[in-house]
Ligand binder design. Structure first.
Ligand SMILES: C[S@@+](CC[C@H](N)C(=O)[O-])C[C@H]1O[C@@H](n2cnc3c(N)ncnc32)[C@H](O)[C@@H]1O
Length: 635
């Protein structure tokens, strides 16, 4: 029986394999740190393979900074961390498909890597801007460690928040490594039609664009830098007053990835859906003459007409519904511009307007495509960011949240046509993105899901937030989602949207060191093997650790049942069960058989679940007989 790996994938080995598939002649053997031979790349040959001329010099078009290579090495390294479920702090754990994950996003992205590979439709991020006043999270001190340490007051232990003042010699480099590492990994979470939106200000906008152009090559991706007027009053500089920041959109070139602006935007042009002029009458296209049914000033469907019946009224009342026909003011039966099916598809672009005698249907002009300047009072970060958070989470004031509508419009632009999209924000702060996703779902009936990631960065002891009981930013973010969901539900009583979330917290692996390197220990006893799992870990921790290891998503249905005294986990949304698990000791044969009969795709036990080797062999035999396709592993 195979053992679960319980560490994130070794991306370097995977990358070498992939290059080897295309260029087998570039594969050579190198010596690993452990003295063992392993595959490596001969870069001179690879470089030559990619050039039709003899490669001589080192010069190339590239954007680089001190520490870039170290950042790549660090990003590709496996880590032994896991996400531990926290049911108590979750909302609607059983049904929700949203996730709230606490921890450094670099490690969190690594733990999620296999489960969410190519599954995220939109990544929206608003990282700390490199203002010289912000703290950044440093994972890697391998670059010039000594020099770092000389910078008194600017260093922390590896993996701690440190300040990054402008006086620091590597001011840009430190920030660039931080963001590059995360984007290098996160881009692989995007679906092939996925969109990335990065908020940024003037401090690093230019450099961030260089990074994005490297990671998302311009042959395949469009890069559009939208200016968002988020502070109409402006921040006074020496020569200019700063009123805007940026939202850089990156999206695949070959598709229409960005939806047109919402039709309720002030500057959309409206025209009649009814045709006018030549060839605009009912007889010119019979399938374009039908009633559009309106209720509560919204289109709810389409009706039928009998072929020869003349409709005298433009609007007919049927109970509390209104049937609107394409009849003009002179009473001439004209036609709608499109047949029923086409109009149904553009419902989002239609508006119902009340007239003196009934209703008319208007179509928003399609040149409502997104503009590169977002200038509207709704993007004001103070009015619709700080104030909204302050009202929802009393005392939980959060510095510099985005306007709810900046994020809402970005989410809408990327997912208007994919209402089941998965949206991730791994610098989630006060969770504006979660709020925007829920709001949009409530309005358009979508089933978008979110993953918020946030470092449990402590709030300042003197801050209002701290005094109000929010000891770290995650507390503010979670509370904001709870309250926002409640408010949205109150304001949209008929709306069905997912206002819950499952909370997970980043932690060290569930496994003791002995699990990974038993060979390194000279005097191992049986006890050491039996307790290869850390004492404080529950079976829920183990279950979710295995799901991550196996690349299964974290938001599926989960139930626990008692079978012959054993706790058995069943996990998965589909008719075929994704995974079953039991982490008890000495699991009786009938429990194994009950599990095998359900024929799940995967099953996991503890190594110590079986009394001895024959018992283990017996399990293998049971599955061979009852469910030969199930993959069975132990931890
Ligand atoms: C500019 S704020 C985001 C604000 C957010 N868009 C909002 O509207 O509330 C950036 C956030 O990223 C968080 N952060 C910084 N480094 C992080 C890291 N390595 N992992 C996770 N979160 C991090 C900070 O704590 C901060 O809350």
């Amino acid at each position: 029986m195979d053992k679960m790996k319980m560490e994130t994938p070794d991306l370097v080995a995977g990358n070498i394999e992939k290059i080897g598939e295309i260029f087998p002649n570039c594969i050579t053997e190198g010596m690993g740190e452990d003295g063992k031979l392993r595959k490596a790349i001969n870069f001179d040959i690879l470089r030559q393979m990619l050039s039709d001329e003899v490669v001589q010099g080192d010069e190339a078009y590239e954007f680089t900074w001190v520490g870039k290579r170290a950042a790549i090495v660090e990003a590709n390294k496996p880590i032994r961390k896991t996400l531990r479920p926290c049911k108590e702090e979750s909302v609607d754990w059983e049904n929700t498909e949203n996730l709230y994950i606490e921890g450094d996003n670099f490690d969190v992205i690594k733990t999620l890597y296999e489960s969410y590979f190519h599954k995220v439709k939109l990544i929206y991020i608003d990282p700390p801007y490199n203002t010289g006043k912000n703290y950044i999270y440093r994972n890697d001190f391998s670059v010039d460690k000594e020099e770092y340490l000389e910078q008194a007051g600017q260093v922390g232990e590896e993996g701690k928040l440190v300040s990054n003042p402008k006086t620091y010699g590597r001011f840009h480099s430190a920030w660039l490594s931080m963001i590059y590492q995360r984007l290098l990994l996160a881009r692989n979470l995007l679906t092939s039609d996925g969109v990335l939106v990065c908020a940024i200000d003037e401090n690093e906008q230019a450099t961030l664009e260089c990074i994005l152009r490297e990671l998302f090559i311009e042959d395949s991706y469009d890069h559009v830098c939208v200016s968002v007027v988020h502070n109409p009053r402006g921040v006074q500089g020496k020569n200019f007053s700063y009123t805007h920041e940026y939202a850089i959109f990156v999206f695949p070139k070959d598709i229409k990835a960005i939806a047109d602006r919402k039709i309720d935007d002030e500057d959309v042009d409206w025209s009649q859906l009814r045709n006018w002029g030549s060839e605009s009458e009912r007889t010119d296209a019979k399938n374009c003459f039908y009633p559009i049914i309106v209720k509560d000033e919204r289109i709810i469907g389409f009706g039928d007409v009998s072929p020869d019946y003349y409709h005298p009224m433009q609007t007919e009342k049927h109970g509390d519904e209104f049937y609107v026909y394409p009849i003009d003011k002179q009473g001439i039966e004209r036609k709608w511009r499109y047949a029923r099916q086409s109009v149904d598809k553009i419902r989002d672009m239609l508006k119902v307007r009340k007239t003196s005698s009934g209703y008319e249907i208007l179509l928003g002009k399609t040149f409502g495509v997104q503009k590169t300047v977002w200038n509207d009072k709704k993007y004001d970060a103070n009015e619709y960011g700080t104030k909204i958070v302050g009202e929802l989470v009393k005392g939980g004031g959060f510095s510099f949240p985005k306007s709810l509508y900046t994020v809402y419009d970005a989410v809408y632009a990327a997912t208007a046509n994919d209402k089941g999209a998965l949206i991730m924000d791994f610098f989630s702060g006060s969770a504006t993105t979660a709020h925007a996703v829920m709001q949009l779902n409530a309005e358009d009936g979508g089933k978008r899901k979110f993953i918020m990631v946030q470092l449990p960065e402590e709030t300042d002891e003197k801050s209002e937030a701290y005094k109000a009981g929010y000891k770290n930013i995650c507390e503010i973010g979670k509370e904001r989602i709870r309250r926002a969901a409640k408010k949205i539900a109150e304001e949209n009583p008929d709306a069905k949207f997912d206002g819950g979330f499952r909370v997970f917290k980043l932690d060290d692996t569930n496994m003791k060191d002995v699990y990974y390197g038993a060979a390194e220990y000279s005097q191992l006893t049986l006890d050491d093997f039996e307790s290869n799992i850390k004492e404080d870990r529950t079976d829920m921790d183990l279950l979710f650790g295995c799901l991550l290891d196996w690349g299964v998503t974290l938001s599926q249905k989960h139930s626990i049942e008692e079978i012959n005294g054993c706790r058995v986990h069943t996990y998965g949304n589909g008719a075929i069960i994704d995974l079953m698990a039991c982490f008890d000791n000495n699991i009786p044969e009938d429990v194994i058989k009950t599990i095998a009969k359900k024929q799940p795709l995967r099953v996991v036990f503890r190594d110590s679940s079986f009394a001895d080797s024959p018992a283990k062999i017996n399990v293998t035999e049971i599955f061979k007989l009852l469910s030969p396709d199930t993959v069975v592993k132990v931890i």
